[in-house]
Design a protein around this ligand. Structure first.
Ligand SMILES: Cc1cc2nc3c(=O)[nH]c(=O)nc-3n(C[C@H](O)[C@H](O)[C@H](O)COP(=O)(O)OP(=O)(O)OC[C@H]3O[C@@H](n4cnc5c(N)ncnc54)[C@H](O)[C@@H]3O)c2cc1C
Length: 424
């Protein structure tokens, strides 16, 4: 099935995280038609997975829910979930973009009542919680999900499961015959707000990720500490109820390393300082070790760092972790303290790998026509092409920086659109 949409001067925003939401709202609120498309079943991106965000330490609902409401209320914005760009043709001011819409297998009748999930016998690894718990094969991606509509993982659904969920749904919303759709858009400019993926921790063999439940990534720590996470917010060793007495944070896990990510992701030091707070709130006496190359918390974040470094039960070791050895009753970190030249072997209950942010488009591997990227996969804005980058698609950064550069991208996209209207 193919649909055609578009008006003169419309802006396409690809990616519905905090950057895409911001770009779409900025462009629409000055009167431009906007198409906002998102690959996953729900908007919000990685911010939705955070427990709290620095520096104010508020829950993600703070920023996201307001934006969701503004998007819902703005008739200039048309949204698509489970949508990706298939092809782009034309020229700046006059692009034809073909989207592929993957089947959700749940139609718009869904009232998110949850009866289907209750009836469903099949479970899958919960993608929102990085597989640290299970969810049903028909699920609401998370409690803040927008749109508030269930989605089916068809591979995880048995025949009995399919029958059970169809029977349980009072609204005839389950549609297992749904097929991939194609939609064609006419737009003047395109903003790429496709964000980032956590760098794959298994790529660093010496850090033993996957060999022990007691070795997790910083994004897993966000989910562990979150009240809506796999342990209802209790920081324990995943897949057990084991509480912790010590934790080791491994900074630059794969970052600033030409064999992995050669750049600094800018936020990992701040994320660790934030996560020290999570630990301290639950374990006032736990010992915290932070292994680092440099601590980077520029500008206004210096105060945040200073407050965490005043923790008497926290030790900061300047030295890159060379090896992590899982043992039956803990994990051993091997490093060299570069200030004292001492070789260290520190045993802890839990290790958090501060993995960096890799541009999502680079991980996905398909570069759409006309898009310019740097050698690390970050998108370079190109005014002549009418294509701009916003948020972490442009550079690894915190939420404040991403929203600022999203506003800038919206302005640039509007300029191309205006020129198209005047010339067209
Ligand atoms: C451990 C950790 C903790 C952090 N904590 C904080 C914090 O406390 N405070 C703070 O300010 N920052 C924090 N950050 C940084 C923050 O997560 C980013 O600044 C933010 O996610 C950037 O938003 P974004 O919209 O650019 O990208 P994303 O959040 O990645 O959103 C991008 C969206 O685009 C979609 N997408 C991807 N590819 C496509 C495609 N091809 N087509 C369509 N859609 C696509 C994705 O599904 C996603 O929804 C943290 C980062 C880490 C790693």
């Amino acid at each position: 099935m193919a649909d055609k949409h578009g008006t003169d001067g419309a802006v396409l925003v690809v990616g519905g995280g905090i950057s895409g939401l911001t770009t779409a709202l900025e462009a629409a609120e000055v009167g431009h038609d906007v198409f906002l498309i998102e690959k996953s079943p729900t908007f919000g991106g990685r911010v939705a997975q955070l427990n709290e965000y620095f520096p104010k330490m508020c829950p993600p609902s703070c920023g996201l829910e307001i934006n969701f409401r503004r998007i819902r209320d703005n008739r200039k914005i048309r949204t698509y979930t489970m949508a990706t760009v298939k092809s782009i043709s034309g020229t700046p001011g006059n692009y034809e973009v073909t989207l592929t819409i993957a089947p959700r297998y749940v139609n718009s009748n869904c009232a998110a009542c949850g009866l289907c999930a209750e009836a469903c016998p099949d479970e899958i690894d919960n993608p929102f919680n990085f597989g640290m718990d299970k969810c049903k094969a028909i699920y609401l991606p998370h409690e803040m999900a927008f749109p508030r509509r269930y989605v089916i993982n068809k591979e995880g659904l048995s025949e009995a499961g399919a029958k059970a969920i169809k029977k349980a749904c009072k609204y005839e919303a389950v549609d297992l015959d749904m097929e991939e759709e194609t939609v064609t858009l006419h737009v003047a400019s395109i903003v790429w707000a496709t964000g980032w993926e956590p760098y794959q921790a298994t790529n660093m063999e010496n850090l033993s990720f996957g060999k022990s439940d007691a070795i997790i990534t910083n994004m897993m720590m966000e989910r562990l500490a979150a009240p809506n996470g796999p342990t209802s917010g209790k920081i324990v060793i995943p897949n057990s109820d084991k509480e912790i007495t010590s934790v080791g944070f491994v900074q630059c896990a794969g970052s600033r390393d030409e064999n992995h990510l050669e750049y600094c992701s800018h936020i990992c030091c701040m994320a660790t300082f934030k996560q020290m707070t999570y630990v301290r709130e639950q374990y006032p006496d736990a010992k915290i070790y932070v292994f680092y190359i440099d601590l980077r918390t520029p500008g206004k974040y210096e105060k945040f760092r200073e407050a965490r470094m005043a923790d008497a039960n926290a030790e900061f070791i300047k030295g890159k972790v060379a090896e992590i050895i899982p043992e039956d009753d803990g994990v051993v970190l091997i490093a060299e303290n570069t200030l004292t030249m001492e070789k260290l072997s520190q045993k802890v209950d839990l290790v958090v790998l501060a993995t960096g942010m890799q541009p999502a488009l680079q991980v996905q591997g398909e570069v759409p026509a006309g898009l310019t990227m740097d050698s690390n996969g970050f998108v370079i804005s190109d005014e002549i092409q009418g294509m701009f980058a916003a948020g972490c698609a442009k550079k690894a950064s915190d939420v404040v920086t991403t929203t600022q550069n999203s506003t800038a991208a919206a302005l640039k996209a509007i300029q191309v659109s205006r020129r198209a209207r005047i010339n067209g």
